[in-house]
Design a protein around this ligand. Structure first.
Ligand code: PLP
Length: 452
């Protein structure tokens, strides 16, 4: 930090403050973790200065032999860890990985002349009509993904994301009575809609997805099954999700981030069956520029860590902890979406506390508990204020916390939320953001979080 401070002290101070925040607060954001020192060090070095467009052994720049070493190693670890036929480790993020995958499927399945035309077009500032024309040229391709309020991700076909512009999109959701994925309704929609791609995977669904059933539905309607396992890749790597719940044997193409439950550097990855490998490897330059060699080096380190037997134990403890947290909250009268969890995340409906997600998130943050607000199915407060809080256990499990601590955390969360009421805005009217906490609650709870 001294080296950085000599150049830009504000950055050094911000890094120091971030380390302190991440050390002293309870990090319950389901998409976050703590990467190991080996992973962090592999990322912060001179590899970041190297350009290496192309693929291993076939670069557009000279002097890439060391980058070849780490890229080939990361891909090998990924193939072996997940039992995948092919791995592409260049994507800079989960969104990039998804774009690479979408384009690979389009390129594999859409006739070449239309695709060649689309590739030649300048896409900046396309109007809705232009996008419709472009989609038409691509054969009016369709995507079926999980709806946002059921727990899907923006990149699964939603309007603010390019996936919602590349494809005509429809979504599937959960059964309003149980909160569980409704496979019969999904199959019905797939039969009517006949998508090119069915996307499975989620950011906020607390249960398992049966990928065997998803593949049967995809096969029936001639769709490619793509699974975005960004959230639960660590549980697949750690063999907690096996058989019907392991996406690799079932999906033709699987994408992931490397920084969530997998506990690697910030980045993405595509795993696919051999038939798609050639198209996937064209991710650079179709979607990506130069790969990030320092991040690929860190991916190789993190994947090597995930191959160790200890990682299986870690993955199991993530799920045990999520269960303990869910049970602790239920015992204190909380309402959970689907009534519990099978994976690393818990979705709490805070309307039973009379709060919006935004109010609850702020009150928890004041008490040193870091979470994010999240829509619940059929959310009446919309995607900005929401009615839910999403909790995830990968980060605290890395810190060594166990099921007994999860019960203590459930008590702290309950104390904060039952000690918080909606407030009024500056105009004196009820506000979905303002909140009032009972005297001393935030300080008392914050004091207890640092003991954990
Ligand atoms: N896919 C899923 C399911 C996610 O939850 C996320 C991020 O939260 C992404 C993709 C995007 O990942 P990134 O933020 O690395 O682009």
């Amino acid at each position: 930090l001294d080296v950085i401070a000599a150049v830009e002290p504000t950055v050094a101070a911000a890094i120091g403050a971030e380390i302190a925040d991440q050390r002293d607060s309870l990090k319950l954001i389901a998409s976050e973790n703590y990467a190991s020192p080996a992973t962090l060090l592999a990322m912060g070095n001179w590899f970041s200065d190297k350009y290496a467009e192309g693929t291993v052994g076939r670069r557009f720049y000279a002097g890439c032999k060391n980058v070849d070493t780490v890229e080939a190693l990361a891909a090998q670890h990924a193939r072996e860890l997940f039992g995948a036929q092919h791995a592409y480790v260049q994507p800079h993020s989960g969104i990039d990985a998804n774009l690479v995958a979408f384009w690979a499927v389009l390129a594999q399945r859409v006739e070449a002349p239309a695709l060649a035309k689309a590739q030649a077009r300048h896409v900046n500032d396309l109007s809705e009509a232009d996008w419709a024309a472009l989609r038409h040229e691509l054969g009016d391709q369709r995507m079926l993904g999980m709806s946002l309020d059921a727990g899907g991700h923006l990149t699964h076909g939603f309007r603010p994301n390019i996936s919602g512009k590349m494809f005509e999109q429809r979504s599937y959701g959960t059964d309003p009575a149980t909160g569980l994925l409704d496979y019969d309704a999904l199959a019905k929609t797939a039969r009517e809609f006949r998508p090119l791609i069915i996307v499975a995977g989620y950011s906020a669904y607390p249960r398992l997805v049966n990928f065997r059933i998803m593949r049967e539905i995809a096969d029936e309607v001639g769709a490619t099954l793509m699974v975005d396992m960004a959230h639960f890749a660590g549980l697949v790597a750690g063999k907690v999700l096996t058989g019907d719940f392991d996406p690799i044997p079932h999906a033709q193409i699987v994408t992931t981030t490397t920084h969530k439950s997998l506990r690697g550097p910030r980045g993405g990855m595509v795993l696919c069956q051999t038939e798609l490998a050639d198209q996937v490897d064209r991710g650079c330059p179709m979607v990506l520029g130069g790969p990030l060699p320092h991040v690929m080096a860190a991916k190789a380190v993190a994947l090597a860590e995930a191959k160790r037997p200890e990682f299986r134990d870690y993955a199991q403890r993530i799920v045990d902890n999520a269960n303990a947290l869910a049970e602790g909250l239920l015992r204190r009268g909380a309402t959970l979406v689907t009534g519990g969890t099978d994976n690393h995340l818990v979705l709490l409906d805070v309307s039973s506390y009379g709060l919006t997600g935004r109010q609850a998130e702020s009150a928890l943050l004041d008490s040193n508990i870091v979470t994010n607000r999240n829509a619940v199915p059929q959310d009446r407060n919309g995607a900005w204020y929401t009615s839910g809080i999403r909790f995830g256990t990968p980060a605290l499990t890395t810190r060594g916390l166990g099921t007994a601590e999860m019960d203590q955390i459930a008590e702290l969360i309950h104390t904060v939320l039952s000690g918080t009421t909606p407030g009024t805005g500056n105009d004196g009217k009820p506000s979905k953001a303002a909140y009032v906490m009972a005297d001393g609650v935030a300080d008392r709870v914050a004091g207890q979080t640092t003991d954990l």
